[in-house]
Write a protein that binds this ligand. Structure first.
Ligand SMILES: Nc1ncnc2c1ncn2[C@@H]1O[C@H](COP(=O)(O)OP(=O)(O)OP(=O)(O)O)[C@@H](O)[C@H]1O
Length: 442
């Protein structure tokens, strides 16, 4: 790596949130040429994003490097290996072997890009998945999709497989849950068939493994998977992985695997915002032949926030009740159909456990959230706790104020506005807020 760029990289890593750094900065390759620092982005998507969001920051870091003359930063699509290939002899032709047998795939054809509703929370994951499907093994490898339960990771994974097959019906795609990989491997060991097991996985065009957090603590499986994974990557076969957390946060997983998972593109799926939840509800209702009024969709979307699987469950319940009773789906009808589900949710999320969770997250005392102390380390968490109480419970502003040490409703309103503003302007703040939302909603 260029010395200049390696200095810039360590500076940027310290200044940007890890997800942004890993997604946008890490994939860039640098070529230093005379008075230019050329940064090669793997594709147009990354190129445009970096141009829009990070070029100013990159130039700033370059200019801080105390160089005699500051090089200009040029961004373009490319890769160093592609550049080198222009001067080196071409890759040796692939060995011609016996015709490959196509493996029957176990993809769910109902999960496609066409019925995956896009919103801010999953935009990046969807765009990256689509790119992987359209240029198999050549863009992000591995693609690592992570996020909380029921947010669409499996859906996207199958959508990738289905899309690859649409372009190349002969492709060998294998989708499986990580637990299945482990149990197949154990069976192979018991039956002295480990070589066949290895051979099978190492010849597929795309290997899609769901929920890889289940590899944690299973050393032999990790070892086997590590070799399979390397072979696939070396041969430019696609690997797609999903997980409920960021690679580095998986306890009980070997370091070398964690670091390799980060080589390609780790993309997060966040819990969807209200508009996306409503769009998903409308789309799912339409798929089952029902027109849902926006009023009802907003009601369900506001009340069911935990994840999309729960959202689907609530919708199914409303649709089934309507079919059963023959009544039209009005707001009143939806409220009645979901009454116990909503009561259960209200019992689980209340102002007190929001205060407790926020206090634990920021390592402060719960009593301090209710106190009059106004140090910065307390006011921010207090504002977040108030805003979360407004978003996640049905309490009014005055009621929330009361539960935060008898404050006025205007204080709560100010907190909600401040939090909204910081969510839009401060990436670290947004990360804290999303983490808390995820903890509280699961
Ligand atoms: N953006 C979306 N548009 C339409 N449907 C979605 C979307 N996101 C998720 N879903 C639906 O929500 C349900 C749960 O999604 P999925 O099984 O992919 O979640 P997951 O993230 O893999 O969860 P888990 O971690 O529990 O495996 C699926 O029926 C899926 O079709």
């Amino acid at each position: 790596m260029s010395m200049l760029w390696s200095h810039c990289i360590s500076k940027l890593e310290g200044e940007l949130p890890p997800q942004q750094f890993n997604t946008w900065i890490r994939p860039l390759q640098a070529v230093e040429e005379g008075s230019e620092l050329r940064l090669l982005a793997p594709n147009r998507f990354v190129l445009d994003w970096v141009k829009q969001h990070f070029i100013g920051k990159i130039e700033e870091v370059v200019s801080e490097q105390n160089l005699a003359s500051i090089p200009s930063v040029v961004l373009e699509i490319g890769s160093r290996s592609a550049e080198a290939a222009q001067v080196r002899p071409a890759n040796p032709p692939k060995k011609v072997g016996p015709a490959r047998k196509q493996v029957p795939n176990n993809l769910n054809s109902a999960f496609t890009f066409g019925n995956f509703v896009e919103g801010k929370s999953n935009q990046l994951a969807k765009a990256a998945s689509l790119q992987v499907a359209q240029s198999v093994g050549r863009t992000y490898n591995p693609l690592f999709i992570y996020g909380g339960v029921g947010l669409g990771k499996t859906h996207l994974m199958h959508a990738i497989g289905n899309e690859i097959l649409r372009g190349n019906p002969a492709a060998n795609i294998v989708y499986l849950h990580s637990e299945r990989f482990v149990s197949d491997m154990v069976k192979a060991l018991q039956h002295n068939a480990i070589n066949a097991f290895k051979e099978f996985y190492r010849t597929v065009d795309a290997l899609l493994i769901d929920d890889i957090q289940f590899f944690a603590g299973k050393e032999r499986s990790q070892e086997e998977f590590f070799h399979t994974f390397n072979t696939l990557l070396e041969n430019k076969h696609q690997v797609v992985l999903t997980c409920d957390r960021y690679p580095k946060e998986i306890k009980g997983l070997e370091e070398r695997l964690k670091s390799r998972f980060g080589w390609g593109l780790p993309v997060a799926i966040e819990p969807p915002d209200l508009e996306t939840r409503v769009a998903i509800l409308m789309s799912k209702a339409q798929q089952s032949g029902t027109d849902l009024s926006p009023e009802v969709a907003f009601f369900i979307g506001k009340r069911i926030r935990s994840n999309i699987r729960e959202l689907e469950g609530a919708l199914r319940r409303v649709l089934a009740n309507a079919q059963f009773t023959g009544r039209p789906i009005t707001l009143e009808f939806a409220k009645e159909a979901l009454r116990d589900l909503i009561a259960l949710q209200d019992r689980m999320i209340n102002v007190e456990n929001i205060q407790k969770t926020v206090a634990e997250y920021f390592k402060i005392r719960q009593a301090d959230l209710l106190s009059n102390k106004r140090t910065r380390s307390l006011t921010r968490p207090r504002q977040i706790a108030m805003a979360l109480s407004k978003e996640l419970t049905s309490h009014s502003l005055p009621e929330i104020g009361q539960m935060f040490g008898g404050r006025d409703h205007t204080t709560v309103l100010h907190a909600c506005r401040k939090v909204q503003e910081l969510k839009e302007s401060d990436a670290r703040f947004m990360e804290d807020f999303s983490n808390l939302l995820r903890i509280l909603s699961n």
